[in-house]
Design a protein around this ligand. Structure first.
Ligand code: LLP
Length: 421
């Protein structure tokens, strides 16, 4: 069951709300539309999968940092995974329990590490210099820091190279050859560092759970080695990365339950607490970017549907050649001809496309056109290129009401940066 679906009348619905009706009541510009109940269902799927294990669901805030969504995820019991000082500040502001927060990243700044140390969040050690900074941060904050070693297990996630992170030449984490150096460094700083676990993150959009299993086997071996040196490490953090069905082909992709089941026995055999860091699989499928058709044109052999949304609102197709499913929100006439269209925005770049060669009926001007699975890495990666200004966000609530959860940026917002200059 999915929150966005076409019903018998041929219209697209978000839960029981017709997307066309929402379009008629909100500002006429591209907007993100979420299903709040779908967010809940996604979290519940993870919680049920994790039953019987001690665990933390660390939601990866980078996927979507809408404050209202964060509050909702926090109320559902999630922790948070942070990659910048501002994400850490936002998580604290949204009320996340610091002991369920993990500060991650290959370039964490000293001042942000100080905040992390003060607040008592877990910190992943990424490199030699990172360890040195964490030691300094601990001294400044006057607090011992719970650290995990981010080990780079060199398991191929079989994904686009831009979203692969755990291979041996990656900029993230530490290589196992260096493990002993890090263990010695932790031992040398007993007042500043407490080693509590090991972390890995292989990449994103992974669609085979065996990949997680392979990594977990390696990680548990590292944990055995670490424990053999007298460290009491209790946490295995297997990162995020579970993919979703962007293609809408109905192919059966692994669910949270399959992911957790593939590592369950390993985790139990070593009496570990499991941390997972899902972003995409919690939030991507809860949202569509809703656009308006500006017009249709043909050049050479190509047909184009030009919409008001663009790579500024949603950059994944341009950046990763990512596929996100595209649909019109209202039914086409019975006799409508289906053609292949590139769906493009108004931005001055040929890379400005949302979809290529999509079979669609020729839409009327003003028709609604959605880009699916836009909850993760879409709004959070939006820009103001061409002064498009970032779109408003709405969600459909449990009772079917629609509310705004973020204002759209305006031209005046842009001018505010120049006030007083
Ligand atoms: N943990 C760490 C350490 C990460 O680097 C990431 C994502 C996650 C967790 C969450 O991964 P997820 O469950 O969402 O796959 N902008 C790209 C994705 C970049 C992912 C970066 N790291 C995209 O739009 O596909």
């Amino acid at each position: 069951e999915h929150c966005f679906s076409k019903k018998a009348d041929g219209f697209l619905y978000c839960e029981d709300v017709k997307v066309q009706d929402v379009m008629e009541t909100v500002e006429k510009r591209p907007f993100y539309l979420y299903s709040k109940p779908q967010i809940t269902r996604n979290v519940v799927a993870y919680k049920q999968a994790l039953e019987g294990l001690n665990s933390i669901i660390g939601y990866a805030i980078k996927a979507n940092n809408n404050y209202k969504i964060l509050e909702h995820l926090r109320k559902l019991g999630c922790g948070a995974v942070l990659v910048s000082g501002n994400e850490l500040r936002l998580a604290l502001r949204a009320g996340f329990d610091p002991t369920k927060c993990i500060f991650n990243g290959n370039g964490k700044l000293l001042e942000d590490l100080v905040l992390a140390a003060q607040e008592g969040v877990f910190v992943n050690v990424d490199s030699e210099f990172d360890l040195e900074n964490i030691v300094v941060a601990s001294r400044i904050a006057g607090k011992k820091v719970n650290v995990l070693l981010r080990i780079n297990p060199d398991v191929d996630p079989q994904v686009h190279p831009y979203v692969a992170t755990g291979n041996k030449n990656s900029k993230f984490g530490i290589r196992n050859e260096k493990l002993q150096w890090f263990l010695d460094a932790v031992k040398a700083h007993p007042n500043e560092l407490k080693l509590v676990g090991a972390h890995c993150h292989l990449g994103s959009t992974i669609t085979k759970v065996d990949i997680f299993r392979d990594a977990a086997v390696l990680m548990v071996n590292y944990i055995d080695k670490i424990r053999a040196q007298g460290f009491e490490v209790d946490y295995l953090n297997i990162g995020g990365g579970l993919g979703i069905d962007y293609y809408h082909t109905g192919a059966v992709l692994p669910k949270p339950r399959n992911l957790i089941d593939t590592v369950r026995e390993l985790v139990l055999s070593r009496n570990l607490n499991l941390i997972i860091e899902p972003g995409r699989s919690l939030i991507a499928n809860t949202c569509c970017l809703v656009n308006h058709v500006t017009g249709v044109k043909t050049n050479g052999t190509k047909n184009f549907i030009v919409i008001d949304g663009s790579m500024a609102e949603l950059i994944r197709p341009s950046l990763y050649d990512a596929y996100q499913h595209i649909e019109l929100v209202s039914p086409a006439p019975q006799d409508a001809e289906i053609s292949k269209f590139d769906v493009v925005g108004p931005v001055c770049e040929s890379a400005d496309f949302l979809g290529k060669e999509r079979e669609l009926p020729t839409p009327d001007r003003g028709a609604g056109l959605v880009v699916h699975d836009a909850g993760a890495y879409c709004m959070s990666m939006a820009s103001t290129y061409n002064l498009k200004m970032r779109p408003p966000e709405y969600w459909v609530e449990e009772d079917g009401s629609v509310s705004k959860i973020r204002h759209g940026e305006t031209f005046e917002d842009n001018m505010r940066f120049f006030e007083g200059l």
